[in-house]
Design a protein around this ligand. Structure first.
Ligand code: HEC
Length: 146
């Protein structure tokens, strides 16, 4: 029994040496999403850690295996949708992402549940959901006419 414990502790220590790189890519201010403070504050609070180049690292970002999970989320999150590059995204793709974002929020699939466990203030209440939905709708309307 003791041997098993040693192994567990040993592995827990060894995995700490595999550290993902959490350095944020540069933010080009001419490409970022810019809209009113209300919308920006909801997005920054609930989406930006995975969908922008302005990720805020929590205290456990250096603790494996949490760090690996986080790094994976950030990587695929940015790939799927990056508000720091908003102005450079093709209109058709933006429209698709906006429509998808509406659905995901409605079905409580974004922000991701694992993330919300550690980021209570990122939970979207009804008011915040409304703010985002109205913003996404307005953007969809605007982009559909261009
Ligand atoms: C903890 C990280 C995290 C947070 C926070 C987060 N997302 Fe995501 N999001 C992801 C990941 C990872 C993906 C890639 C697909 C997947 O794994 O589900 C994704 C995918 C998406 C997509 C693309 C889906 C598709 O089908 O292409 C949209 C749109 C999206 N997220 C919107 C949001 C919005 C809006 C918020 C804030 C309300 C948000 N996300 C918060 C991690 C996150």
């Amino acid at each position: 029994m003791k041997k098993v414990l040693y192994w567990i502790v040993g592995i827990a220590i060894v995995i700490q040496f595999i550290r993902p790189d959490f350095k944020n890519p540069k933010v080009d201010n001419t490409l970022t999403l810019n809209t009113n403070i209300e919308v920006m504050s909801v997005l920054k609070n609930s989406c930006y850690d995975c969908h922008s180049n302005e990720t805020k690292k929590p205290w456990y970002h250096n603790v494996a295996p949490l760090s690996w999970m986080m790094s994976g989320h950030i990587k695929s999150g940015r790939q799927a949708l990056n508000f720091s590059k908003w102005q450079s995204i093709d209109t058709q793709i933006k429209l698709k992402q906006l429509k998808r974002a509406k659905q995901l929020i409605k079905n409580e699939m974004m922000p991701k549940g694992e993330y919300l466990l550690m980021h209570e203030n990122a939970v979207l209440d009804e008011e915040k959901k409304m703010i985002l939905e109205e913003f996404f709708d307005a953007q969809i309307k605007k982009l559909s006419h261009t």
